[in-house]
Design a protein around this ligand. Structure first.
Ligand code: MG
Length: 372
């Protein structure tokens, strides 16, 4: 049995330039994306890749992910049997609370190894695909709206139909101007809005009633995590489905969302659930309650998004598409060749064994701030 042992886990802290500035609320404008990349090496010579893309509002940064991996999670997993993924994740859960992004990176690397060992894509290990391609949503988040509108026009001409506007960090009248401009510019589009927790509970309802005028497919996380009573009232009052993102990060929180009625739809993200197994459990609870799911992201590149695509491709309940646009449309150059872009506004689930991605070691070294 010893040949399946985790022998070594290599870590890189990387900083990747992005093509245009992006603001996802809280006034912070991003110009590059900082992530942790890891490689698990087994004693029998297999290598599995993982990626942690933390988001500060969830309490983590790339540096905290690196520290948790380096000082706690890597020592805990080294020497463990890589084929026992559930047991490995239980070891991680017992070693340190939180750090979902770091745990997700480790779990996807273990699935990558399992697939490579069996010569099967990770999607096959999760029961096989119900869809080989997932409709792609692009997020309108450039502080320079004119340049985002031009980008959206180009993408629309190439077949993209789903656009999600980051709202709630400008005043509501300005948000309505942007939404009206998009509606007018892109006929037949599927428009969504994401407040990233940007509205106060007492002001949300009139603002969202006005937003319903542009007929969004869903309204994502209008009020902050912690304000689930307000989220439930909004879900009851509005005709448009309210999608819970920051308010649902675990199967336990999904169960609560069903009981308390604060999610008409839910965003699934490996970085908040801490891996594929927990993400699938969230989706299973949502499916049982008739709540459709959506593939969300924080700032992941191709490794983590390939892992998410493998999982989402196997979930019949994931009917709202995904926002896996970072490698193709936001990063200047990802460290893995782009295997996700199917064209025509679709993301394809990668083929090949494991996650189906290969890392460009030169680009990895070039973007690395630190390697351990
Ligand atoms: Mg969101």
């Amino acid at each position: 049995m010893a040949i399946d042992r985790i022998e070594r886990i290599a870590l890189w802290l990387i900083d990747s330039p992005i093509r245009s500035a992006r603001s996802h609320g809280s006034g912070h404008v991003k110009r590059s994306v900082r992530r942790v990349i890891l490689a698990i090496h087994t004693a029998d010579g297999l290598v599995g890749w993982g990626e942690a893309a933390p988001w500060a509002p969830f309490g983590n940064t790339a540096e905290t992910a690196l520290a948790a991996l380096r000082h706690v999670l890597v020592p805990a997993l080294t020497g463990q049997d890589a084929t026992r993924i559930v047991a490995c994740m239980a070891t991680c859960a017992g070693a340190i609370a939180g750090h979902a992004d770091a745990k997700a990176a480790l779990e996807m690397a273990l699935w990558d190894i399992a697939g490579k060992r069996l010569g099967a894509p990770v999607s096959a290990l999760f029961g096989g695909l119900v869809r080989a391609a997932i409709p792609l949503s692009f997020s309108i988040a450039d502080p320079d709206f004119t340049s985002d509108l031009d980008r959206a026009r180009d993408m629309h001409a190439q077949g993209h139909r789903i656009f999600k506007v980051k709202t709630g960090f400008l005043d509501p009248a300005e948000d309505m101007r942007r939404l009206d401009a998009l509606r007018a510019a892109l006929p037949g589009m599927d428009l969504r809005v994401d407040y990233n927790q940007g509205l106060a509970p007492h002001e949300a309802l009139p603002v969202l009633r006005e937003v319903e005028r542009v007929a969004p497919t869903f309204i994502e996380q209008p009020v902050p995590r912690g304000q689930e009573a307000s989220l439930a009232r909004l879900a009851a009052a509005l005709d448009t489905p309210v999608l819970a993102d920051e308010s649902v990060t675990s199967p336990e929180e999904m169960l609560r969302a069903v009981r308390e009625g604060f999610a008409d739809a839910v965003s699934i993200k490996l970085m908040k659930s801490g891996g594929l197994l927990a993400a699938r459990a969230i989706d299973a609870i949502a499916a049982a309650a008739g709540v459709p799911s959506y593939g969300g992201t924080l700032w992941e590149g191709g490794i983590a998004l390939a892992a998410a695509a493998h999982l989402l491709g196997t979930l019949p309940n994931c009917t709202l598409g995904c926002e896996f646009y970072m490698p193709s449309y936001a990063l200047v150059r990802d460290i893995v060749p782009d295997v996700l872009l199917a064209g025509g506004g679709m993301v394809q689930v990668p083929g090949g064994p494991g996650l189906g991605v290969s890392v460009d070691m030169e680009l990895l070294a070039g973007q690395a701030l630190e390697s351990l």
